[in-house]
Design a protein around this ligand. Structure first.
Ligand code: HEC
Length: 177
């Protein structure tokens, strides 16, 4: 009897000691899962924040096919007459014309559009050159404020950028950061 009790007791004990590491293991794996979930969630949130930031920074995306396609149409209708169908600008664009005005510069890499940040190109297009050079400045560059929507202007810039070498687009992007 006593002996049986002892065996029972030791079995219970054995069970208990067996159970403890089991419970700790379960506890640990729950903690581990929770940690993995937190890390994954943090990663997802970081990715979202990063992508929205880069979208904000780069509203004219030369790799966005739809945006570039819209920009191509807008450019052909509203810019090509002066800046050239192939973005080549007007002949002798560095020399003032007889009326003292400058011809339209190219938007391809032979010009200087690429030297300006996207924001500046946007503002020149939206507000016109006079907004920068002063109301007295004689220029043929019109303001597109009442002609194009902001999205159409950004699309036009995306199209212009798609004509530049990808390395140049990348260099400008890292400079803007
Ligand atoms: C009627 C002719 C004309 C049209 C149309 C026109 N531009 Fe211009 N643009 C000019 C001229 C001329 C200049 C040079 C301004 C100056 O220095 O007086 C210029 C300058 C610019 C500049 C500044 C470039 C630099 O490097 O400083 C940008 C950007 C620009 N144009 C964008 C556009 C866009 C985008 C469109 C179409 C939505 C457009 N332009 C349509 C004539 C035109």
């Amino acid at each position: 009897m006593y002996g049986r009790f002892l065996t029972q007791a030791s079995t219970t004990q054995a069970c208990r000691t067996d159970e403890k590491p089991g419970q700790t293991m379960r506890g640990r794996s729950i903690l581990l899962l929770a940690a993995i979930a937190i890390v994954a969630l943090a990663g997802i949130m970081l990715a979202i924040v990063r992508s929205s930031r880069s979208e904000l920074k780069e509203r004219a995306n030369s790799t966005n096919v739809a945006q570039v396609a819209l920009g191509r149409t807008v450019y052909a209708q509203h810019c090509a007459s002066c800046h050239g169908a192939n973005l080549e600008g007007q002949p002798e664009w560095r020399k003032r014309k007889f009326n003292g005005r400058l011809p339209a510069p190219p938007h391809d890499v032979s010009g200087h559009t690429w030297e300006h940040p996207d924001d500046a190109i946007f503002r020149v297009t939206k507000q016109g050159f006079r907004a920068f050079a002063g109301p007295q400045y004689e220029t043929d560059m019109p303001s597109f404020e009442h002609v194009l929507s902001d999205d159409e202007i950004w699309a036009t810039i995306a199209f212009i950028k798609s004509k530049w070498p990808p390395e140049l687009v990348e260099r400008r992007r890292s400079r803007a950061r």
